[in-house]
Ligand binder design. Structure first.
Ligand code: ADP
Ligand code: ZN
Length: 780
């Protein structure tokens, strides 16, 4: 018997190894093995068992690692699909289907010592300063390896033993279950009686779960797009659909964006399934778990003890078996796309996995992606709609303020329009809460010298540095470069002391607020304000309990949060996201406005939204104002159709990067010629790859995308469009110059195969690398 093995060192290949007789019983597809490779021993994963090998002189597997094969055949198949579709080596795909903590484990892990915080009974006993420091860390992490704790606290095991003596910490070799939510007490909930629309939607999902035939036979799609406004009761449908899957003896995966994976979200699922006849463990997978916790959660699933998994992007690979249902909540969220290889989109992987394993898939959103809604229109997905809020609350009133007029009135652009100031005042008087939203952190977006024109730029990236006043630093938001904020113009010939800070960030909004409303309690929530692991939870807790009147934040506060006392939401610059060189700019703006507006009026009092904009009549803003998704979709899809952009086509973005701009440029031109040779397309001339969405309302410059659409076509891929090479919108990032080509086609799997060939044969200069991004989300 011979095992075909992928190795954990990036080689686009598999290797054959003999299975020694004594290991024969243990080796199966998915088994992790240690094998000789040259002079080294490396870890690998068995991907197939074969009778014969084209090679001779095979070496033998050295040992089997781990008792249970970690990668199930189903997940292995999924990893192969990812490698093919997203054009990456199988090992790269395999790396992402197993959490690092699980992949790295050796037989010896059980012997390591672990320290865990015990629940406090009463007050914290007296501690020395040293002990207190250690306790602070362990309390925050709940559980960690002793070694990790000693490193982090820079202390000795002796100190930790003292805490053990005081009954605060337990130290033990045995990794009993680590439950990240162990200390929470959760009250069970019962299914709610559904309203008519919810019932109709659930009934269709249940029908798909009940049908034993694969969807290809009965021609009924088993992927659903659940389009329901915020608060329409989508989560209740997920819960009841999961209950059905459990009744059938199958499990479920629920994907939520990392940022909305809050304890409240998890609690809703635990509360429904932590007791009763369907009782099962709910496993949680996200990036804030300790390695140990992730390891345990994963094994709970693998052993079938947890049949429900809630997690962020990578939870789509959870080894739930058999799998009945996959839910992707907020399916339009861009964080489902992984921005490093394998560059998969978890929503799309979910749909593929559902088909492979005969599971129903429910994609839920208040603002579906154009991709998913298009699929629903074509009948690929079944569309389920919940047009009303479940609690009969009205949608908030949205007012758009024309900031151009405000600027005229005030002789200069104010941060707050008259209207917004009045509305805030009113809320403060009534003791209600306000959320203000600006998708840009820092104080000012650039430092300029009005005399000589100097602008402080990042030495590594082609962007201006952002001024962060609280720290008196200039910061690059791309590469995190930092510099002291100067007090004079840094140009030696100028030295003007009257340098200016232009543009606006959350820090300045906060600052201006405290001046305008000195008695209001204002807090800012963006990644700068969150220093410690639990800051996020703490600030939200303070807001919930009314210790904060006005919360200012970036998109971090836009997602899935529910505060009944928030009756006003203000959006400082609604069109900020419109001015991006990205064909999805309009879609993003619409989604953002709708999500943010959904934060207002979730309690007894009706909510109101004030949207400040410099282009108040842009369709993305106007349709969001009227809560009109269908209207937005209609006009947006027309624009995509004209330019042959996704979802009309599928795209692959090829980015070349290197430190020498000329070489990168040259390589990009070379790549284009190679592509033309193999793909046989006479596509568009070199031009910019992106088209901003403003192109559609009367931008006179000839759009490259338009030109491409008209380009003559040849056969091999009849609809292939090649645009570029062109400099990336952000030409230089982290010291690398980048040039891009964008390919668009309706047949991406075919293109992926051809691209894989091109990658095989393409020779690039050593210091130029190529990134292939299929179905790209980030074009900058
Ligand atoms: P979504 O996930 O669409 O934002 P939720 O499922 O969170 O909506 O529902 C919003 C609120 O309405 C929640 O407080 C939920 O408990 C309540 N709700 C949902 N469905 C019903 C129902 N059928 N009857 C009464 N209340 C409901
Ligand atoms: Zn930078």
């Amino acid at each position: 018997m011979i095992a075909r093995v992928t190795l954990e060192i990036a080689l686009r290949k598999e290797f054959d190894y003999l299975i020694p007789p004594e290991l024969r019983a243990q080796v199966e597809v998915g088994t992790r093995v240690k094998v000789p490779f040259g002079p080294r021993q490396v870890m690998g994963c068995v991907t197939a068992l074969v009778e014969e090998s084209p090679r001779t002189n095979l070496r033998a597997i050295l040992k089997v690692v781990g008792a249970q094969s970690l990668v199930t055949p189903a997940i292995l198949k999924l990893a192969r699909w990812i490698a093919d579709y997203y054009c990456c080596p199988v090992e790269t795909a395999l790396k992402s289907v197993l959490p690092e903590a699980v992949r790295k484990e050796e037989a010896g892990w059980r012997e390591r010592l672990f320290a865990r915080a015990l629940p406090l009974a009463g007050d914290l006993p007296r501690l020395t300063k040293r002990q207190q420091e250690v306790w602070n860390i362990i309390e925050e992490w709940r559980e960690m390896s002793l070694q990790e704790l000693l490193n982090l606290a820079d202390t000795t095991a002796e100190t930790v033993r003292k805490l053990e003596d005081k009954g605060l910490v337990s130290i033990g070799p045995q990794i009993s279950e680590r439950d990240p939510y162990a200390r929470e007490h959760i009250l069970p909930t019962q299914p709610l009686a559904l309203n008519a629309e919810q019932a109709a939607a659930l009934q269709k999902i249940k029908a798909a779960l009940d049908s034993k035939e694969p969807s290809t036979i009965n021609h009924q799609p088993s992927t659903f797009l659940l389009h329901g406004v915020t608060g329409s009761g989508k989560t209740e449908i997920y819960l009841q659909a999961i209950a059905r899957a459990l009744q059938q003896g199958r499990g479920a995966i629920v994907l939520v964006p990392e940022i909305s994976l809050t304890p409240q979200t998890v609690e809703r699922f635990k509360a429904r399934f932590c007791s009763g006849p369907l009782q099962t463990l709910v496993a949680v997978l996200h990036s804030h778990l300790s390695a140990g916790e992730r390891h345990d959660e994963w094994h709970k699933i693998r052993q079938g003890r947890a049949r429900i998994v809630i997690g962020a992007r990578s939870a789509i690979f959870a080894p739930v078996d058999p799998l009945g249902l996959i839910v992707v909540d907020e399916e339009h969220e861009y964080s489902y796309k992984q921005e490093e290889a394998p560059r998969y989109h978890a929503r799309d992987v979910a749909v593929v996995r559902g088909q492979m394993e005969g599971a129903a898939v429910v994609l839920g959103s208040a603002t579906p992606s154009l991709e998913s809604f298009h699929n629903a229109q074509k009948g690929k997905y079944a569309l389920l709609q919940l047009p009303q809020r479940a609690d009969d609350r009205k949608m908030p009133l949205v007012r758009v303020i024309d900031m151009r007029q405000e600027a005229r009135k005030e002789k200069g652009t104010p941060i707050f329009s008259q209207k917004l100031k009045e509305e805030i005042t009113l809320r403060l008087e009534r003791g209600e809460q306000v959320m203000l939203f600006l998708n840009r952190r820092g104080y000012a977006t650039s430092l300029q010298c009005p005399k000589c024109g100097f602008v402080a730029e990042c030495p590594n990236c082609s962007v201006a540095l952002t001024y962060h006043r609280s720290r008196q630093r200039l910061l690059c938001h791309i590469c995190a470069y930092e510099a002291q904020a100067p007090t004079l113009c840094p140009d030696v010939k100028c030295r003007n002391p009257a340098i200016r800070y232009a543009g606006l960030g959350t820090e300045k909004v906060e600052d201006t607020l405290t001046k305008l409303f000195p008695r209001a309690r204002v807090r800012r929530m963006d990644s700068d304000a969150l220093k410690r692991k639990d800051d996020y939870r703490r600030i939200l807790g303070d807001f919930r309990t009314g210790k904060i009147d006005i919360l200012v934040g970036t998109q971090m506060i836009a997602k899935g949060l529910h505060f009944p006392n928030v009756t006003l939401v203000g959006i400082i610059y609604a069109d900020l996201s419109l001015h991006q060189p990205d064909f999805r700019a309009g879609e993003r703006t619409f989604q953002l406005l709708t999500q943010v507006a959904g934060r207002a009026g979730r309690g007894e009092v009706e909510g109101e939204v004030v949207v400040q904009a410099f282009t108040p009549f842009h369709p993305a803003i106007q349709y969001a104002r009227r809560h009109d998704f269908a209207g937005f979709y209609e006009q947006e899809i027309e624009f995509r159709e004209q330019l042959k952009y996704p979802p009309i086509s599928r795209a692959a973005l090829l980015t070349l990067k290197g430190r020498n701009e000329e070489k990168v440029k040259f390589s990009a031109a070379h790549l284009r010629r190679e592509l033309e040779k193999i793909l046989g397309s006479a596509a568009a001339p070199a031009a910019a790859v992106d088209a901003s969405s403003t192109a559609k309302d009367g931008d006179e410059a000839p759009s490259p995308a338009r030109a491409s659409a008209r380009a003559p076509r040849k056969n091999l891929s009849p609809d292939l469009i090649i645009a570029g090479p062109a400099p990336a919108p952000l030409l230089r990032a982290e010291t690398f110059y980048r040039y891009q080509l964008m390919l668009r086609t309706r047949q991406m799997s075919k293109l992926s195969r051809l691209l894989a060939n091109v990658l095989e044969t393409l020779s690039l200069p050593e210091d130029v690398s190529l990134i292939v991004d299929v179905d790209p989300v980030n074009l900058i």
